[in-house]
Design a protein around this ligand. Structure first.
Ligand SMILES: [Zn+2]
Length: 300
């Protein structure tokens, strides 16, 4: 296999693009792959797809995955076209995103490394500047967000997290595996800002929304999600907490009705000697506790 065909295959270059030359520099330890368009290629506007006449060409280069120990660069003269609607614009190339100096495969490699190591380590190992890494991350985030607009959303969880000694809150929306949205504070508008990113189809496709019993989140969900009442699920912790408090309250008042208030009921309005009975109960309880402790000591 000739070097041009080899690089065409391994770099995934296909019509109307072709590998026109491959250069190897032993001095700089670099492989430079030249790519060009086939003769007679019809140019189109990258924004609207309208067939356009060529305007000029711009020399561009991208860093690609290394060939063994050799740094590998892809270079091409990229046509610019003159679109009646969008003016003079550069055509899209299939191996890289607009504005990037790296091929898509190289950016994927950097993102994979960033999942394993710090930015500092990746910067050092791949000889990349922080700005270059930041650009790669920004483009990855943009791609991820663009993908999300078409993804169905089914089960989400809404939670609040406090920071700065518990005085500031952020609202976090997740799907159980990843964070979908973060907003300041824990207001209705905080959760509204997530719902605003969804299409009507995505909103209708939500099956369940798990949250604590926070009125602002309930309000935002009722206002944004069709049939929200059937979809809101309160988390177990808060349900158990409120249920426990409610049961305790009922228990205390039941005992008051029966005239046998329990300790813990601090009510000056108790009538019929209730307070005395409460104090008596407390006294008996204290004595029993002291006896129990003393028995324990005896056994030890
Ligand atoms: Zn156009």
């Amino acid at each position: 296999m000739r070097d041009k065909e080899l690089y065409k295959q391994i770099m995934g270059i296909h019509s109307p693009w072709e590998v026109t030359d491959v250069e190897l520099s032993m001095a700089t330890e670099e492989v430079t792959v030249h790519v060009g368009q086939e003769a007679g290629t019809q140019q189109t506007c990258p924004h609207c797809g309208t067939p356009c006449s060529g305007y000029d060409k711009r020399y561009r280069r991208w860093r690609h995955l290394d060939t063994c120990q050799f740094k590998t660069l892809l270079v091409a003269e990229v046509p610019r076209v003159k679109c009646p609607q969008h003016g003079i614009v550069t055509v899209k190339v299939p191996w890289a995103e607009p504005g990037s100096g790296f091929t898509a495969l190289y950016e994927a490699l950097v993102i994979d490394w960033l999942k394993e190591a710090s930015i500092q380590a990746v910067s050092r190992q791949l000889s990349l500047s922080w700005n270059a890494i930041d650009g790669i991350m920004q483009r990855a985030v943009k791609r991820g967000l663009a993908r999300r607009q078409t993804e169905p959303v089914t089960h989400i969880g809404v939670d609040e997290t406090a920071f700065k000694k518990g005085h500031d809150y952020v609202t976090i929306v997740s799907d159980g595996k990843r964070v979908l949205h973060v907003a300041d504070e824990r207001k209705t508008s905080s959760l509204d800002s997530y719902y605003d990113t969804l299409t009507d189809e995505q909103k209708a496709g939500i099956v369940s929304i798990s949250m604590d019993m926070w009125p602002a989140y309930i309000k935002a969900t009722l206002e944004n999600i069709p049939d929200a009442r059937a979809k809101i699920a309160f988390d177990k912790f808060h349900v158990a907490k409120y249920l426990g408090a409610a049961v305790d309250k009922v228990r205390k008042y039941d005992h008051m009705d029966l005239g046998t208030p329990l300790w813990g009921v601090e009510d000056d309005s108790m009538e019929g000697g209730g307070r005395e009975r409460l104090e008596h109960v407390l006294e008996v309880e204290t004595r029993q506790e002291q006896r129990s402790r003393s028995n324990c000591r005896g056994r030890i």
